[in-house]
Design a protein around this ligand. Structure first.
Ligand code: NDP
Length: 242
């Protein structure tokens, strides 16, 4: 039977690339999304057109019942869970002085609570030899103004990773995070001027924007037999942006 991967936030951006790459690698893939049903359906169709298996599941990663349902529906459809990639995330920017607690709560709910809930279900249901992959961000090292809520959420994610790795001792399950640098998706591009995009693209010594496929390559490695000895790490996939 094919191995099974759950990818959250897989209707577009980095998550879409990961879903398509893991399908190419031979996984049956659950394509989770928050609202964009049409785009999630296109990802499923794209995978199926290449002979793969995929299932779209609408669920908010910040909601416990929704996350539990992702795992129940995956087990019902595919019988097991081998790889869990919690890629879903949002990045509304807000200066700390604005005291925008609503934005703060929203980012923490999706990025940090979402990771906690997905980790919990993954820890309960993932098979022996499984891989759990969370998403942080290389922007942590920059401390840019207005990134406070986002950086707080991703710092929390980086804190959870080695704790879960320790909790899963003896089970042959790895837990890691991938921390992309600036990557050409709506999350990064929306709301920025062409000048800002050009400037941020040049910060990495490799002097270009990351592409979703660059990040999917790293996730594919962590999910593959070659990634077996990488555990409790944050892999900064960013062209040297530091
Ligand atoms: P996009 O904005 O392009 O895509 C976000 C995806 O997450 C969509 O599929 C969206 O679904 C889904 N999503 C959003 N909120 C939820 C939720 N509450 N529950 C379930 N799914 C949700 O983002 P990216 O592809 O750029 O980002 C992917 C990850 O990479 C994020 O964790 C982000 O923080 C991280 N990252 C990105 C960087 C970048 O420069 N792009 C840099 C560093 C880290 P829908 O389409 O239905 O709205």
């Amino acid at each position: 039977m094919a191995k099974v991967a759950i990818v959250t936030g897989a209707s577009r951006g980095i998550g879409r690339s990961i879903a398509e790459r893991l399908a190419h690698d031979g996984f049956s893939v659950v394509v989770n999304y928050a609202g964009n049903q049409t785009e999630a359906g296109e990802v499923v169709k794209q995978i199926e057109s290449k002979g793969g298996k995929a299932l779209a599941i609408k669920a908010n990663v910040g909601n416990k019942e929704d996350v539990d349902r992702i795992f129940q529906e995956t087990l019902k459809a595919f019988g097991q869970v081998d790889v869990v990639v919690n890629n879903a995330g949002i990045m509304p920017l807000s200066l700390i002085a604005k005291e925008d607690a609503e934005t703060f709560d929203k980012v923490i709910a999706t990025n940090l609570r979402g990771t906690f809930l997905v980790f919990a279900q993954a820890a309960q249901h993932i098979s022996e030899g499984g891989r759990i992959i969370a998403f942080s961000s290389s922007v942590l090292a920059k401390s840019f103004p207005s990134y406070g809520p986002y950086i707080a959420s991703k710092a929390g994610v980086e804190g959870l990773v080695p704790v879960l790795a320790n909790e899963l001792r003896g089970k042959n399950i790895t837990v890691n995070a991938v921390a992309p640098g600036p990557t050409g998706t709506a999350l990064f591009l929306d709301g920025k001027t062409p000048e800002q995009i050009a400037q941020l693209s040049k910060l990495a010594p490799l002097e270009r924007l990351g592409q979703p496929e660059d990040i999917a390559n790293a996730v594919s490695f962590l999910a593959s037999p070659d990634g077996a000895w990488v555990n409790a790490q944050v892999l900064r996939v960013n062209g040297g942006f530091a």
